[in-house]
Design a binder for this molecule. Sequence first.
Ligand code: NOJ
Length: 582
Amino acid sequence: MSLDETAQPTDPLDSSADTDSSADTDLDAELATVVEADSEWWRTAVIYQIYPRSFADSDGDGIGDLPGITRRLDSLADLGVDAVWLSPFYTSPQKDAGYDVADYCDVDPLFGTLADFDALRAKATALGLRVIVDIVPNHSSSAHPWFQAALEAGPGSVERSHYLFRDGRGSNGELPPNNWKSVFGGDAWSRVTEADGTPGQWYLHLFDSSQPDFDWTSEWVREQFLGVLRFWLDRGVDGFRVDVAHGMIKKAGLPDYTPPADGGSMGGGQNEGETPPYWAQDGVHEIYRSWRKVLDSYPGERILVAEAWVEPLAKLANWVRPDEMQQAFNFSYLESGWSASSIRRVIDASIEVFSSVGAPSTWVLSNHDVVRHASRLALTADNPQGAGIGPKSKGLPDRAIGLARARAASAVMLALPGSAYLYQGEELGLPEAIDLPDEARQDPTWFRTRGERYGRDGCRVPLPWEAASPAFGFNTTGESWLPQPADWGAYARDTETGDPSSTLELYRLALDTRSRLALGSGSVEWLSGYGPEVVAFRNGDVTVIANTGAIPVELPVAEELLSTVPLDGAALPSDATVWLRS
Ligand code: NOJ
């Protein structure tokens, strides 16, 4: 596939033809959609995260793959999303589910081939879906030839300068070079054995020991990644989700740092007012400026989205200045919980800080690193991000409450201006898989903390497609790399399709209404008089009311566009959201 064939923006006339079929299409909104299709599509896009190993499995080995995704892409076009983001499918020993890359420019045989990627890209284009891929620049796999060459070349070599090798402390170098801890638990340093068989230098790994950090002060490293960007841009991708986009530069001298005790998050924990020496260093920005220049040299609108666990939001806005990335995940929103005051506060802050640099706000409630929001929003005990939940966790959620809140929270999110990210399965209302057997768990967090933290497997269980098929239609053999809960037939796509009370139909209606009424390019005007436990705002013609409290909320008389619960009279019950038009 040549770049010329794939680089064209979606034909705006095609997308308008789709919306034309709806009887009540508003002409202004339709025109807005056509203009957006041509320019800066990402400002309002709804982007669906595909976690390849758990989406759809074409060869029956129990691990999802690219041909499986291609076959099921229609269902995402049908859902009404604008783009997909694929988590890593590159060559990898899979020590961290593919975030340990051994070849940035090839597909792991587990997932298929480059030709399979091209086929996926072509099908997505035909369906009007853009494709964003992951790039993992903070670290490679220890199996990467660059790291293997560094091991072989020995201390002081150019090859070692591509990674963060240091001599140890102590009289014989037996102590790690500093006190940094891995995000996944344990020390952030491992010691190598040199070619002569003696214990040698240490290398830094902010994540698993199989994920050595690059030294981004190396020009050579920078050049390699410009090449990786070009490789995928040439294959027609619409952008990159940048892994650990706050971590690539470390403070000179690698000084000791002790984060707060609950610092289990991807941000690694941050003391009030302090910037950890391994996160959010100013030097990362010049890297993204150079990347942006490469993206802008390609036709169409190719984007960078930062996975940067940076607080406060005002600081995160630095990642999306006009010459850097277009978007950053809004993890403050993800972490705002089911509390009206927090939600209002984060919405206000997000719109203010992102628009101050000309960027759209993003919104996200779930991804492959956090407890699914259909469970998280009903937890009754603290659960630091990354810790996960399992059978012995405290404060386990009530499933019905979690689902009601998730539906209500998603309905708030999808009414907001800006760009929203969905994580596969949330449109089915999938809960976290809590009861995974210990022996099935695969997250390095589980192993590195010796089971103290369950980790992220519970949000990564393969999707249910058809209630009555093997592995609920994930494949035809019934194999599944993580066991699917026996009751997941109730969440299968075919069970939910056509059922107006299902979460799938709720998402379809929300996405269709969002697009028809151009909510993504609207604004938020807060409505007063609803009380502290209510989120109430107008976006264009749409009034959105969400009740996070226990007392029913009286609703104005208006046309109901969408409700997350059947409305019985003029009151909105607890844990529910309604969209009205007057
Ligand atoms: C963030 C990714 O989302 C997560 O899954 C991964 O483990 C770490 N970065 C390390 O790459």
